[in-house]
Design a protein around this ligand. Structure first.
Ligand SMILES: Cc1cc2nc3c(=O)[nH]c(=O)nc-3n(C[C@H](O)[C@H](O)[C@H](O)COP(=O)(O)O)c2cc1C
Ligand code: SF4
Length: 466
């Protein structure tokens, strides 16, 4: 295929990027090998693995802190160590010459401290920071101070305009690329805004034209846009190449590089990815960040979906005139609240089926869960390490004064993602993947799920257009 090279962070490369994937899915090894092929590889800066002084892998980390604040401080310290370890591996794997990016989720707990801590010490190894999930106004500031490029990840021109006007226009020279992530189809968290209809996907072309138009207006004509989300065969993207309306472009792959020899995922996870059907990935809102996200519908996700059907509205006070007069005891406090007598049968059927534990949600509903699920929810909330800046599940918020009510309809994403990258349990963990994941099964390259390529083989295959 006739692919035009692009220049990012001062380096001319093939326009192919491995997207950052946390926790520990895109690593120093995967990104370094990708960069060594002549593209740009992004390792994840979201709680990456590191080795202790004896060279032993420390995952899962045991935390000593007595409360969430203390544990978050530990998490940031370990995060910096992990990022530095992964940066070194990526640098070496790319023969010291490849284009290595680090990915940070702006809403991850302590993202700014982490970024500063890493960039201070990682001189020369990380060429740019790719960052989305939130509005990273300070990203440009921190990166330029450390002579490192920044690649904001956006899903609309509006988001980029806001970032540009409030901050990036002052740090123009350090803007490496703008990553446009399709909010309807990309794996991981999705940046759908209030004006986007989750059920009405829009093709990237028009949105890319809008972004390029704005970029041209503010003097960013030569800065590439990296398209992310739903990319499998480049031969299907011919219209986006050499297209003056969208200018220089590259392509970011997230889901496809999850199945390589170098990918740290267990064989069971790779097999799950290789055998997924169309429709197995749906946009949903279970991530405790509050954002939409795309993950494979496994047993765990189905349980979260199912528990939404086991809710009953309640009131704090008994009220005979409105019918809210049936008392129900909350499991954790023993306090009695009241449901409407019209819901009494529902209540009895939940209990009969074994969903006897009763939890409050912030929407004035009671959630009925099994004994096992109740124990897990309580334990996960208790063990929270503050991996996010604000968590809808545990109610943790790193910003003083911000109060979030815990909500058992979400889950601990830290645990679910660590579980998927460090165990072979694909049923009870959280497996992010793009809508396009079913293409593994259809693509002859994978020989009906029996062939797993190396990063180099995958990269070379992508260059053919297939
Ligand atoms: C397992 C997985 C984890 C991801 N984690 C992150 C992340 O931590 N930060 C981020 O900015 N993007 C993340 N992404 C998004 C990817 O970097 C990439 O942009 C996206 O997957 C591209 O769409 P595709 O999945 O259709 O290839 C993740 C994607 C996947 C599949
Ligand atoms: S409960 Fe889990 S997902 Fe939420 S902040 Fe704590 S560690 Fe992170």
């Amino acid at each position: 295929m006739n692919l035009k090279s692009i220049i990012i962070a001062g380096k001319e490369i093939f326009p192919l990027v491995e997207g950052g994937k946390g926790v520990n899915v895109s690593t120093g090894l995967t990104s370094g090998r990708w960069a060594n092929c002549g593209g740009a590889g992004t390792f994840s800066g979201v709680n990456p693995d590191f080795k202790d002084e004896n060279g032993k892998l420390t995952a899962p980390i045991s935390f000593k802190g007595k409360n969430r604040f203390e544990r978050q401080i530990e998490l940031i310290k370990y995060g910096i160590k992990g990022c530095l370890d992964q940066a070194k591996i990526a640098h070496e794997e790319s023969n010291g010459n490849g284009l290595v990016f680090m990915n940070v989720l702006w809403e991850q707990g302590g993202s700014q401290e982490l970024l500063k801590g890493v960039l201070e010490k990682a001189k020369g190894t990380i060429k740019a920071i790719s960052c989305g999930a939130g509005m990273p106004f300070k990203l440009a500031d921190i990166c330029s101070e450390n002579n490192v490029f920044y690649n904001p990840i956006v899903s609309s021109v509006r988001a980029f305009q806001l970032l540009w006007k409030r901050s990036y226009s002052r740090f123009k020279d350090w803007l490496g690329a703008v990553i446009y992530e399709d909010p309807w189809v990309a794996g991981g968290h999705n940046g759908l805004s209030n004006s986007d209809n989750p059920n009405q996907p829009e093709k990237p072309m028009q949105r890319l034209i809008e972004i390029r138009k704005f970029m041209n207006e503010v003097g960013l004509k030569s800065v590439p846009i990296i398209i992310a989300g739903g990319i499998w065969w480049l031969s299907e993207w011919i219209d986006y190449l050499d297209n003056e309306e969208i200018g220089p472009v590259g392509f970011q792959f997230g889901t496809r590089p999850m199945v390589t020899v170098e990918s740290p995922l267990a064989d069971t996870v790779k097999q799950k990815l290789l055998n997924t059907e169309k429709g197995d990935v749906k946009l949903q809102r279970f991530s405790p960040t509050g954002l939409y996200s795309s993950a494979i519908r496994n047993e765990f996700l189905m349980e979260l979906e199912d528990q939404l059907n086991r809710q009953i509205r309640f009131e704090e006070e008994q009220n005979f005139s409105t019918g809210f007069d049936v008392g129900v005891e909350l499991t954790s406090t023993g306090k009695t609240v009241y449901i409407n007598k019209a819901d009494k049968e529902k209540l009895e059927s939940f209990i009969k089926k074994g969903y006897s534990k009763v939890m409050k949600t912030p929407d004035d509903t009671l959630l009925f869960v099994s004994e096992n699920r109740y124990k897990t929810i309580m334990e996960d909330m208790k063990n929270c390490v503050g991996c996010l800046s604000a968590c809808m599940f545990s109610g943790w918020a790193q910003k003083e004064g911000l109060v979030i009510k815990p909500d058992p309809r979400y889950f601990c994403i830290q645990k679910g993602l660590q579980g998927i990258s460090h165990t072979d349990d694909v049923k009870n963990n959280w497996l992010f993947a793009g809508q396009i994941v079913h293409r593994f099964k259809l693509d002859p390259f994978y020989k009906n799920g029996t062939f797993i390529p190396t990063v180099k083989q995958l990269f070379e295959r992508i260059l053919t257009g297939y």
